[in-house]
Design a protein around this ligand. Structure first.
Ligand SMILES: N[C@@H](CCC(=O)N[C@@H](CS)C(=O)NCC(=O)O)C(=O)O
Length: 213
């Protein structure tokens, strides 16, 4: 049985949850919370980050490594396109979603959600303003020109789609929504990814865990 370690509200865990669901793979999930310095989890992932995945004797970490493994081990329902050019693009979108986009979304989430709700501190609104007004716009300008006006990036719904959308769920918990007047194509794309039946089911379950249902 596959075991997924990681709290569902992580953008990286969410990506793996979508991959497992697309491939219809049964699994158990341990809602491992990050930043807890859990010595047991440190044996699973020495970087102490989530997600990690166990499949029989195999233990691996990092959402991209995990999704690539799932693709190789369980080819049914492709997560990546099969031609070299599209596969390279898919990996780039996954990288962008998991690095700069995730970092900026996490900045908003940390300030406006984690600080007030968990740490009982005030958000640094100056920092949030800098992310929203200065740091996100060039990325959103780029993505506005990259994603399709209809459907998904490679036709079928794939890991690139969920990778670019997932961080915005966390920013959404903190009240951030993409300005649909300024970035109509990307904003609609995010809406379509959220509405995909597999993603929607995962978001509904996650909202219940977050006390948002
Ligand atoms: N590149 C990693 C990033 C994973 C990551 O940063 N996870 C965050 C939670 S959303 C984490 O565990 N942070 C804890 C830490 O940095 O110590 C992936 O794709 O899985």
């Amino acid at each position: 049985m596959i075991i997924l370690h990681g709290a569902s509200a992580s953008p990286f865990v969410r990506k793996v949850l979508v991959a497992l669901a697309l491939k219809e793979l049964p699994f158990d999930q341990i809602q491992q919370i990050p930043f807890t310095r859990d010595p047991v989890y440190r044996n699973i992932n020495p970087l102490e980050k989530i997600p990690a995945l166990q499949d029989g004797e195999l233990t691996i970490c990092d959402s991209t490594v995990i999704c690539e493994y799932l693709e190789d081990a369980y080819p049914r329902t492709a997560l990546y396109p099969d031609n070299a050019v599209d596969k390279a693009k898919a990996r780039w979108y996954e990288e962008l979603g998991g690095t700069r986009v995730a970092e900026l979304a996490a900045g908003i989430f940390f300030q406006r959600f984690m600080r007030p709700m968990v740490l009982k501190q005030e958000a640094d609104e100056e920092l949030v303003k800098k992310i929203i007004d200065k740091q996100l716009p060039p990325i959103l300008d780029y993505l506005e020109a990259e994603v399709p006006a209809e459907g998904f990036i490679f036709g079928d719904f794939m890991i690139a789609d969920i990778s670019l959308m997932s961080p915005f769920v966390n920013a959404g918990y903190a009240g951030y929504e993409i300005d649909s007047a300024r970035w109509p194509v990307f904003s609609d794309f995010i809406g379509r990814v959220k509405a995909h039946p597999v993603v929607n089911q995962i978001l509904v379950a996650e909202a219940a865990l977050m006390g948002r249902s």
